[in-house]
Design a protein around this ligand. Structure first.
Ligand SMILES: C[S@@+](CC[C@H](N)C(=O)[O-])C[C@H]1O[C@@H](n2cnc3c(N)ncnc32)[C@H](O)[C@@H]1O
Length: 284
């Protein structure tokens, strides 16, 4: 399957190649929204402290993982390998795999992250909805801020259920709409017959509200363990992203980002960390 057109990644890769130092600091490793302890962090501080916020979000997700030495971890939609780098830095004896549909990102990740201590790292170019991995071969699947791009959440959950060992976990972060917005998006998308797409972020499917996430996961043999709504702690990011696009002269990207920001500030679109486990008895 060809990689979906994600114009923001084309832009980011171009600017990184051109040596954009501010972009490198904010999105050179992690390409996600980050976590701000103080939701009222001003734009200037947010710009300075972006790498720490990005790492803080990663740690929040990993807190849900209950990792142990010797375990295998699959990070789907791994971007430039920021999450794998963090795992590699802070744990020993892990079998790490970063997977992405975009070979250019995998190439950068491979160059940035070398395995240390007793860790191993594999990099795979593949679709998260068709995992080239054996059944029951993974202890932890991570999906950090990427599922809204996938062709099908159902297909992804089915694959996660297949590759997870009994007792294994799925930990993800995603933009999750409130129920009325989810219903509206479902109706609009069924009328259009295609997921929403904009010239900045490419295809974005945010039709699953919290209730649907939980029920669909259960249908695919995964039980919800924890659900944390951290929307307010992601809000300082929007000013930084708008500034970066503004500096690139990308006016439409500034507008697209401001629209998502508005939905988040109104509370219609929530940023959630969800963790699921595959029950021990469900070892099919
Ligand atoms: C916002 S980025 C998040 C990157 C990374 N998880 C991080 O936190 O730094 C979304 C990622 O999803 C990847 N992606 C989109 N569709 C995918 C698919 N079907 N299978 C695998 N990766 C995909 C994109 O290439 C991109 O790297």
């Amino acid at each position: 399957m060809p990689a979906p057109a994600l114009p923001y990644f084309d832009q980011v890769l171009r600017r990184l190649a051109a040596g954009d130092a501010q972009l490198e600091r904010c999105f050179g490793n992690h390409v996600h929204w980050g976590y701000w302890q103080d939701p009222h962090t001003c734009a200037r501080r947010a710009r300075q402290e972006f790498p720490q916020a990005a790492e803080a979000l990663t740690h929040l997700l990993l807190d849900q993982a209950h990792l142990q030495a010797g375990q295998s971890v699959l990070d789907v939609g791994c971007g430039f390998g920021g999450t794998i780098a963090s795992l590699n830095q802070n744990w020993d004896g892990l079998a790490l795999t970063g997977l992405n549909l975009d070979g250019r990102q995998i190439e950068r990740a491979r160059q940035l992250v070398q395995p240390r201590a007793a860790n191993t790292i594999d990099w795979i170019v593949a679709d998260a909805c068709a995992l080239p991995l054996a059944p029951a071969s993974v202890d932890l699947v991570l999906a950090v801020e990427c599922i809204f791009h996938f062709p099908s959440r159902q297909a992804f959950l089915q694959e996660v259920q297949r590759v997870l060992r009994p007792g294994g976990r799925l930990v993800l972060s995603d933009f999750v709409p409130c129920r009325p917005l989810a219903i509206l998006l479902r109706v609009l998308q069924s009328l259009r017959g295609a997921p929403f797409s904009n010239g900045t972020y490419g295809p974005i499917d945010c039709r699953w509200d919290q209730r649907r996430y939980t029920s669909q996961a259960r249908l695919h043999g995964l039980e919800l363990r924890k659900d944390a709504d951290i929307t307010s702690h992601t809000l300082p990011t929007y000013a930084v992203v708008r500034e970066l696009f503004d500096a690139m002269g990308a006016a439409s990207a500034v507008r697209d980002t401001a629209r998502i920001e508005q939905l988040s500030r109104w509370g219609w679109l929530r940023y959630r960390i969800l963790s699921f486990s595959k029950p021990i008895a469900a070892g099919r």
